[in-house]
Design a protein around this ligand. Structure first.
Ligand code: MG
Length: 498
């Protein structure tokens, strides 16, 4: 039994209804992105926001708050029990600090802003989006002040997406990464060993053939399709977990550049594996979920980049690819490897390679920080974006749509979210480092399709705990350190500069 203390047991029991509401809205969210008829969105949005209000009511009910207070006074609690208190208390405090009308206003403005962002992007006109972004930045700052912060208002927003993450962590990480990544990028570009472009990016494929390939790849990875998992299609690939025994991933078929579809599958597989390997005793409780976006992204990037973009995995995939994709008949595993690993300074974050990706995040984190403190104004944003882009990555957007308007996130009110992507890249490389110590033949195993031992290792170190430990604590427990940037640089040097 994970939970023994009677007060904790009572609390977990009382919170089952909250879990059930989360379960329902997860399924509704998955459905909205996959099979729902387009116009259903209007009623679905109302249903979702009503559920959100109901969830707030439950979490703030006197009964729950009394139980949490009582639980805190209990002695000799085990780590799972402490985890329950930490997670529930965190939710209560967040809900208490920000007035509900401010949350409602933020939701309303974000919804409007997203609509105008779409138009602005399509028309390449920043002015259409500008007034909404101004409102969002102002409200985000207001929310940060309600939540409270000590060193920087950005701290309060970062913590919403990654428990315990601070501006100084972000500054330390990017301060370390920036010069090193730029140096590595320069060397890669001048050596020419890794191509900037590959002819396979342009070749069109038959989606039906690639659907079969993706299913076969998931079989090789031992993904429990049918019994505990599904693969579907959506405009943007994502993972949605309904619980430990029902985890769903999606990919997309654009008709060209087939690696995008395949690597999305492998990426989402990494997210799904985390959810599938959580200790079953944590099922239907507040800690039966991945602990944070950064740790989650670490799992997906580990499978996508560390494994999915390795030479050994290219060897595994090549015969399968050649069987279904006729245009590959003159290509070998080495070609596929280089096709999977093109490196070039580019404008669009979502298309960036693993070398330049974090520079795109750095740019956004820097701007978010400065917007919150009004060091820069929304007015100046497009010009500053272009300047930073040129300074950091060496390319300059020709228009707003491929510059400041490229991402949907700010329009949705997600400020403080982007850094979790970089944390994911760091955690993936950190896992690789520690896994290699425990499993020196890791790459042999990848070549031999022995993925279970790798997954078992992940289960032991990270997955099984769910949200029992806060992210930094989990990393300390697993690896004796917190977010650590050096392994990512070591990985890039090993892979690209040898
Ligand atoms: Mg992801």
């Amino acid at each position: 039994m994970a939970f023994q203390n009677p007060v904790i047991k009572e609390l977990v029991n009382k919170l089952r209804v909250l879990w059930a509401l989360d379960h329902a809205s997860a399924l509704m969210g998955w459905d909205a992105e996959t099979y729902m008829p387009r116009e259903g969105i209007q009623e679905r949005a109302i249903a979702q926001s009503e559920l959100a209000v109901l969830k707030q009511k439950i979490i703030l009910s006197p009964e729950i708050r009394r139980l949490v207070e009582k639980a805190e006074k209990q002695e000799d609690l085990n780590d799972y029990e402490k985890g329950i208190i930490r997670v529930v208390k965190r939710n209560i405090e967040k809900a208490l600090k920000v007035p509900p009308e401010v949350i409602a206003e933020y939701a309303r403005i974000s919804q409007e802003a997203t609509q105008y962002w779409r138009v602005a992007k399509e028309k390449n006109d920043f002015n259409i989006f500008k007034p909404y972004l101004e409102k969002i930045v102002k409200l985000a700052r207001k929310i940060a002040d309600y939540l409270g912060w000590e060193e920087h208002p950005y701290d309060a927003l970062l913590d919403l997406f990654e428990e315990g993450l601070r501006t100084r962590d972000v500054d330390r990480i990017f301060g370390y990464l920036e010069p090193r990544i730029r140096r590595i990028l320069e060397k890669i570009m001048s050596s020419g060993k890794y191509p900037a472009e590959h002819e396979l990016e342009k070749i069109r494929y038959d989606p039906d053939k690639l659907r079969i390939v993706n299913k076969k790849i998931l079989e090789i990875l031992a993904f429990p399709l049918g019994s505990r998992a599904r693969l579907d299609e959506s405009a943007h690939p994502f993972t949605q977990s309904m619980g430990i025994k029902d985890v769903r991933i999606t990919t997309r078929y654009e008709g060209f550049d087939f690696k995008r579809s395949i690597l999305s599958v492998v990426h989402e597989f990494g997210h799904a594996l985390y959810q599938l390997q959580i200790d079953e005793r944590l099922m239907v409780t507040p800690i039966g979920n991945g602990v944070s976006l950064g740790i989650h992204e670490g799992q997906s990037r580990f499978w996508e980049n560390i494994i999915g973009r390795s030479k050994e995995f290219a060897e595994v995939l090549t015969p399968l690819l050649k069987q279904y994709l006729d245009f590959l008949k003159d290509y070998d595993a080495e070609d596929i490897y280089y096709y999977f690993n093109t490196v070039r300074p580019s404008l669009i974050r979502t298309e960036a390679d693993e070398v330049t990706y974090n520079l795109h995040i750095l740019l956004r984190a820097k701007l978010e920080k400065q917007l919150l403190t009004e060091e820069i104004k929304v007015d100046e944003l497009p010009e500053i974006w272009n300047q930073y882009m040129e300074d950091l990555i060496g390319v300059r957007p020709r228009n707003y749509s491929e510059g400041v308007l490229q991402d949907i996130h700010w329009s949705m009110g997600s400020i403080g979210y982007f850094p979790t992507y970089t944390l994911g890249n760091l955690v993936a490389a950190q896992m690789r480092h520690h896994l290699l110590k425990d499993m020196p033949d890791l790459y042999e195993k990848i070549r031999n399709k022995e993925y279970r031992p790798i997954q078992e290792w992940q289960r032991e170190k990270i997955h099984r705990w769910g949200s029992t430990y806060a992210p930094k604590e989990l990393l300390r427990k697993a690896f004796g350190e917190e977010y650590e940037a050096k392994y990512f640089i070591e990985y890039l040097e090993w892979k690209y500069l040898q």
